[in-house]
Design a protein. Structure first.
Length: 94
């Protein structure tokens, strides 16, 4: 499947998706699929930042400063996660 999100993409959470964070794990409800997605601690940080429109490249820069991760690994992992969110209908291009 083609990648939708790039470093230049501005992405945000869909406003009609409910989520809750407990002990650094976030559950995002997908009412359309009658399911939810559990997101780990770093994914929860990304999800929280996407509450407002955010350029993915800027998000990666923030994460490389805050966490011990190199830019290439961060970019690869964030892009994979962001594309998954879009494919699941949990995030949209702003």
């Amino acid at each position: 499947m083609a990648e939708i999100v790039t470093a230049e993409t501005v992405l945000m959470q869909r406003s009609d998706r409910a989520s809750a964070t407990i002990d650094e794990v976030t559950a995002v409800m997908d009412a359309d699929a009658d399911a939810y997605l559990l997101i780990d601690a770093i994914g929860s940080v990304i999800w929280a930042r996407l509450a407002q429109p955010m350029r993915i490249g800027d998000l990666c820069e923030e994460l490389t400063v805050s966490y011990e991760v190199d830019a290439e690994t961060c970019s690869r992992d964030v892009l994979e996660f962001a594309n998954d969110l879009v494919r699941r209908g949990l995030a949209v291009v702003a």
